[in-house]
Design a protein around this ligand. Sequence first.
Ligand SMILES: *[C@@H]1O[C@H](CO)[C@@H](O)[C@H](O)[C@H]1NC(C)=O
Ligand SMILES: *[C@@H]1O[C@H](CO)[C@@H](O)[C@H](O)[C@H]1NC(C)=O
Length: 198
Amino acid sequence: MQTVALSVAIVCLLAGAVYGGLMFDRPCPTNVPVKQYFEVDSYLGKWYEMQRYESEFEENFDCVQVRYTLNEDDSVQVSNSAYNLFNGSSINALGRAVLSFPDEEVVQGKLNVSFFGAPNDLSNYWVLDTDYETFSVVWNCQPRGEEQSEESFWVLSRTPTLPADTDVLFRIHYIMRRYIDRSLVRFTSQLDERCPVF
Ligand SMILES: *[C@@H]1O[C@H](CO)[C@@H](O)[C@H](O)[C@H]1NC(C)=O
Ligand SMILES: *[C@@H]1O[C@H](CO)[C@@H](O)[C@H](O)[C@H]1NC(C)=O
């Protein structure tokens, strides 16, 4: 039972799965710009989680790493790992991602991510901005009735710390100022010596 609970927690944490987000008393913002001409190939590889929206399901997970690799059918294998610095539990979850709308003339950075073989039937991983080589800002908003929404948010980095690059920091903050409630953002510990090397 414990294991099941932890798996669910990590799926929420990393997948942008519906039940993992934070509730907001507002409808999903509309016209949120996402990355245009999104290139899956350039996005593959390893990312370190820098920041995320915390929620009660996700509490205490650090050292969060995600690895994206190409499957034979051109979908993306999502391999997540995380470590709990308080009690030493570590977690891995395998998922699958596809472009939400692959046939669009201009491919947008919208993906459908699901775990444990569930259908990819939700556009729940929106890359708002990335340079592929340094950072990625990912967001998910699902309507909950007319007046509420459930949102997830992640900042990912190619390295365990974000480089102090003015352009990168500007691009991240530009998005955060508009769409993210900073008071709900949690910073992910990556430099702790207990973080396992995955
Ligand atoms: C570690 O802590 C998390 C909550 O922070 C809890 O869900 C989990 O069951 C704990 N694991 C162990 C092995 O104690
Ligand atoms: C992704 O999910 C959306 C619904 O949010 C759906 O319209 C779309 O067809 C899905 N894309 C794929 C490739 O399954």
